[in-house]
Design a binder for this molecule. Structure first.
Ligand SMILES: Cc1cc2nc3c(=O)[nH]c(=O)nc-3n(C[C@H](O)[C@H](O)[C@H](O)COP(=O)(O)OP(=O)(O)OC[C@H]3O[C@@H](n4cnc5c(N)ncnc54)[C@H](O)[C@@H]3O)c2cc1C
Length: 419
């Protein structure tokens, strides 16, 4: 019997991977809530930082770009770098893509993935991600939250941001049961409707687009907002398209040689020393607001750039942040609530749907899976794409446009190795 390939995830990366597998004639089962990170874990009214050219979900056939969706839906075309994409449009595009190319999507959760009993294995903890001698021997047993158990010949993990929200330890100490919108501290991924902060004092920690846009949207909803960011000059905005340097090559993220190389040639990235790879994933395309956000932010949101946040406490039910200023003084900042827009961190240990045995067997580097050619991990038949692949294939994997490089390569490798 030919077992299907399981794709776990129905965000841009999972949908793109599934569309490519189907086009290659590979039997596939796809699981997840379509576009849920965008619908439930990003603020209503958000605008995408990425340009229309960098916001297409890669498909094997023509006719499925963001622009094609605009034409099909009869909405104004999003074409130039000055056209800004509302999150609602992007969600509708993802759902349209899913209905056309992945219609058999199963909206259930995968509860567990384990190696099928009695099969061989490759590598070991810390082993290489090179293909083993018997590529097609392994299989996996998956359990769904519907109670169904089934066997997959290979598994693609495309679970994106799910469960990877990061809270720095100095904030985590006041959120003993985890961050929550009704407690003193939450994570930015827990907010969809920011109008709950109307009339409140809000602190947003962070300096990336998510922090700055959350702050602007909350201020527009009637909150008094302060952004607390580490480092002098931490809060800044990118150059508008008409001010990009003309003599440098174009990339989905702006004009620069480094961005061009990282966007179009991620293949050699995994051969860089681990230190460089992890550093670049964190720093390239790091904290910077979108050019169009500046006017909505400046003068409406207060900015406190500090040397560091020392600790957070709760006093009379409200959070108090103690910060170290650049002058070396300790200062207390009070608010009704603190939103930590402190991003996401890949950690295999947090992907608890992967069985304990698989997680201990996977070769990892600083908590991220070490991937070889074709996005394969050190466990035969187990592949990762999207954010968990960024430490191997570079910062482009953190963005939708990374599907263009990842999906054809992953599915090409998988189709050849697991016939
Ligand atoms: C505030 C914010 C703004 C952003 N703006 C942009 C932008 O402008 N442009 C851009 O390119 N990128 C942007 N990003 C990054 C963007 O979120 C990612 O590039 C993209 O969503 C990654 O897609 P994905 O398919 O890997 O994962 P996700 O979109 O996170 O999808 C994860 C999928 O996995 C499924 N899933 C998880 N666990 C399970 C399970 N156990 N069983 C079954 N299914 C499961 C979920 O249901 C979901 O379908 C932004 C991110 C944030 C936080």
């Amino acid at each position: 019997m030919i077992h299907p390939v399981a794709v776990i995830g129905a965000g841009p990366f999972g949908l793109s991977t599934a569309a490519h597998l189907r086009a290659r004639g590979v039997p596939v089962r796809v699981f997840g809530e379509p576009m849920v990170s965008w619908r439930d874990h990003m603020p209503e009214g958000m605008l995408l930082k990425s340009t229309p050219a960098a916001s297409t979900i890669d498909a094997p056939q023509r006719g499925h770009t963001l622009l094609d969706y605009c034409d099909a839906a009869g909405i104004p075309r999003l074409v130039t770098d000055e056209d800004i994409i509302p999150v609602e449009t992007f969600i509708a595009y993802g759902e349209w893509f899913q209905q056309k190319l992945v219609p058999e999507l199963e909206r259930v959760r995968v509860v567990s993935v384990d190696r099928k009993a009695g099969r061989g294995r490759s590598g070991g903890s810390g082993g290489s991600a090179r293909p083993g001698p018997d590529e097609s021997a392994d299989g996996f047993e998956l359990k769904l939250d519907s109670g169904e158990l089934f066997t997959a010949r290979a598994v693609v993990v495309a679970t994106g941001l799910s469960g990877l929200d990061h809270l720095p330890p100095e904030l985590a100490s006041v959120a003993a049961d985890g961050p929550t919108p009704t407690g003193p501290v939450s994570h930015s991924s827990q907010h969809h409707d920011l109008s709950r902060f109307s009339g409140k004092e809000l602190i947003v920690v962070g300096a990336g687009q998510s922090a700055l846009e959350t702050a602007a949207l909350a201020a527009e909803a009637g909150a008094r907002v302060r952004v607390v960011a580490r480092g002098r000059g931490a809060v800044d905005f990118g150059a508008p398209p008409w001010n990009q340097p003309r003599l440098r090559p174009e990339s989905p993220f702006g004009r620069a040689w480094s961005l061009w190389a990282l966007s179009y040639y991620p293949q050699p990235y995994r051969h860089l020393p681990a230190r460089a790879r992890h550093y670049l994933v964190r720093r390239v395309l790091g904290p910077l607001g979108a050019w169009w956000l500046r006017d909505r932010f400046e003068g409406k949101v207060e900015v406190r750039e500090v040397r560091r946040i020392v600790r957070a406490q709760v006093r009379e039910g409200s959070p108090v942040l103690t910060v170290r200023t650049h002058e070396g003084r300790a200062e207390e900042l009070l608010a009704d609530h603190v939103v930590a827009a402190t991003g996401y961190r890949v950690d295999i240990a947090a992907m608890d749907f992967l069985g304990h045995e698989l997680r201990t067997e996977l070769a990892v580097s600083r908590g991220t899976p070490r991937l070889g050619a074709g996005y394969r991990s050190s466990v035969r038949g187990l592949y990762f794409t999207g954010l968990p692949a960024a430490a191997s294939y570079g910062p482009v994997m953190r963005f939708v446009c990374g599907t263009e490089f990842a999906s054809p390569r992953l599915t090409g490798h998988l189709a050849a190795a697991h016939r």
